[in-house]
Design a protein around this ligand. Structure first.
Ligand code: COA
Length: 171
C-alpha cells in the first residue's frame, strides 16, 4: 500500500498529463483538453481554499494517481474525485481508493465521502462498488456531452462503513 500526500507544484506536469489522457478525459464531467495555463491557474486558485485537498497517491516515491477531497462547507462530508495514472499496473486504483478513504476518515476526520460517476463509466461504477460505496441515487440526464445526455450515479461511504470494513480486515 502506498501513501496519500498533498499535491505540490512539482506534480503539476504529471497531473496534467494524466488528466488530459483520453482514457481519463472521457470519464470526467468536463472533457475538454486542459491547457498548462488553465491547469496552473486551477492549482493556484485552490491553494487558498481551505476546503480543497488535492492529493497524490504514490508507492515507493513513484506518483501513481491523483485524488481530491472537496469538503462541503460547514459539514464533515466531502466529494471526492480520482484517477490512477493511465500506465499504472492493475490494482493501483484499489490501493489508491483504500489509502484515500483511510486518509479521509483518519486525517481529515470526515464522516462521509461522496462520489459521482457517469453511468457510462463502468470502471468507476464497479470501482465504487468494489470499495464498498453505497449507491444513493441517480441524477437523471444530469450530464450533457454534445447532444447526448447521461445519468450521474451518486455514491457514499460513511465513517461507520469504514469501521466495519476495518473490523472485517477488508482493507
Ligand atoms: C476507476 C479507476 C481509478 C480504477 O483504477 P484501476 O487502476 O483500474 O483499479 P484496479 O485495477 O484496482 O481495479 C479496481 C476495480 O475497478 C473496476 N474496473 C477497473 N477497470 C475496469 C474496466 N475497464 N471495466 C470495468 N470495471 C473496471 C473493477 O471493479 C476492478 O476490480 P476487479 O479487478 O476486481 O474487477 C481508473 O480506471 C481510472 O482512473 N479511470 C479514469 C478516471 C475515472 O473514471 N475517475 C473517476 C471519475 S468518477
Amino acid at each position: 500500500m502506498g501513501i496519500i500526500r498533498p499535491m505540490e507544484e512539482s506534480d503539476l506536469d504529471n497531473v496534467l498529463r494524466w488528466r488530459n489522457h483520453p482514457s481519463i478525459r472521457r470519464s470526467m464531467l468536463t472533457q475538454h483538453e486542459i491547457s498548462l495555463s488553465e491547469h496552473t491557474d486551477w492549482f493556484k486558485s485552490i491553494q487558498s481554499d481551505v476546503n480543497k485537498y488535492p492529493m497524490i497517491y504514490e508507492e515507493d516515491g513513484v506518483p501513481l494517481g491523483y485524488v481530491n477531497f472537496n469538503i462541503i462547507p460547514e459539514s464533515s462530508s466531502a466529494n471526492w474525485g480520482f484517477y490512477s495514472a493511465p500506465d499504472s499496473p492493475k490494482g493501483t486504483g484499489t490501493r489508491l481508493g483504500l489509502s484515500a478513504l483511510d486518509y479521509a476518515f483518519k486525517k481529515l476526520n470526515l464522516d462521509k465521502v461522496c462520489g459521482q460517476a457517469l453511468s457510462s463509466n463502468k470502471a468507476s461504477v464497479n470501482f465504487h462498488l468494489k470499495l464498498g460505496f453505497i449507491e444513493e441515487g441517480v441524477l437523471r440526464e444530469q450530464s450533457k456531452q454534445g447532444l447526448k445526455y447521461q445519468d450521474i450515479i451518486c455514491y457514499s461511504f460513511l465513517r461507520e462503513d469504514w469501521i466495519r470494513k476495518l473490523a472485517h480486515k477488508d482493507v
